[in-house]
Design a protein around this ligand. Structure first.
Ligand code: BDR
Ligand code: CA
Length: 309
């Protein structure tokens, strides 16, 4: 696919940073803008981190817009214990040079989706900005080419036994998005936990002097990458959000099925669960393509090659 226009909504975040570098290293993608949301770390950090990565990759022409600093109705629960207080633990980048764009992220999302009807929207953080854009301008649900998001899980969560972070952090926003009628591809933990950046990929990245390879190593060449295999797979760490870009570049490396997905917003025990009707028990019409598997070697080889250029 050539020239895929994309709008990225993110909360960098270590794996968001790899996702941004992969996107900026991929000429097939026309990145119309980056919007940021409070998530892994507070908004002031996520917007500055997005600008740092933009500087690192030499792409000052891509606008970065700041959005919501907290979920729709809940206090922000960060993941700083995973990503570090800065959001980019391990990667020490200078203060960003190129400024923030003036418009609020929600307005920029609405304007961009109203201006053209071929944009793929790629959320990789809590869905607050996207939900507010859909609430403000419900017509964009029918204009967006597809929402390809990282979030949710069929088999098990990473915050609670059933909830994945991005959905758990703002379940009401996820509920708005999944009910919106927009075409959605959900790339959840069932996929991202099968595509781990491990010793093999890190060794190959060490052969490159590119800024993106160096930065990825700073973020992920960590002793825990050699921990005993987790998630029933191989050694390594998940680069969740990068799977979204991998999917855009080579959807054939990913497999899933069309299902109905509902979001749990009230249960104390299962808050933030993506209730995926994988076997069609409800008979409800599908509202998402849920990715359940990935050809991990093909995806990771391509990721390493692009970051190494
Ligand atoms: C998701 O949560 C965040 O911590 C990551 O950046 C990713 O988007 C994985 O559950
Ligand atoms: Ca993220």
């Amino acid at each position: 696919m050539a020239d895929i226009p994309v709008l990225i909504d993110c909360d960098p975040g270590q794996d968001d940073a790899v996702m941004l570098m992969l996107a900026m290293a991929s000429p097939e993608l026309d990145i119309l803008g980056i919007t940021t949301v409070g998530g892994n770390v507070p908004l002031a950090r996520t917007e500055a981190n997005a600008r740092r990565i933009r500087d690192l990759m030499g792409r000052p022409g891509i606008p970065v817009h700041a959005g919501c600093d907290r979920p729709l109705v809940r206090p922000l629960v960060t993941a700083a214990h995973v990503h570090g207080e800065t959001g980019l633990r391990g990667l020490d980048l200078p203060e960003p040079v190129a400024p923030l764009a003036p418009a609020h992220a929600v307005d920029f999302i609405v304007e961009t989706l109203r201006a053209r009807d071929d944009v793929v929207l790629c959320p990789t953080g809590p869905l607050t900005n996207v939900a507010l854009a859909l609430a403000k301008a419900p017509d964009i649900a029918g204009r967006v080419r597809r929402i390809v998001l990282m979030g949710g899980a069929v088999a098990g969560g990473n915050v609670t036994p059933v909830a994945e972070y991005n959905v758990f952090a703002d379940p009401e926003a996820a509920d708005v998005v999944f009910r919106s009628g927009a075409p959605i591809t959900m790339i959840g933990l069932d996929c991202t936990h099968r595509a781990l950046l491990g010793p093999r990929e890190l060794a190959r990245l060490r052969l490159s002097r590119s800024a993106a390879a160096r930065a990825t190593l700073a973020l992920f060449d960590h002793p825990s990458a050699w921990d005993p295999p987790r998630y029933g797979g191989r050694q390594g760490l998940p680069v969740h959000d990068a799977c979204v870009v991998g999917y855009l570049l080579a959807p054939g490396n990913f497999a899933g099925r069309d299902c109905h997905v509902a979001i749990e917003t009230s249960s104390r025990l299962t808050l933030g669960q993506t209730v995926v009707d994988w076997h069609g028990r409800h008979g409800s019409a599908s509202n998402a393509t849920v990715i359940g598997d990935v050809h991990a070697t093909a995806f990771l080889d391509d990721l390493v090659e692009r970051l190494s250029r």
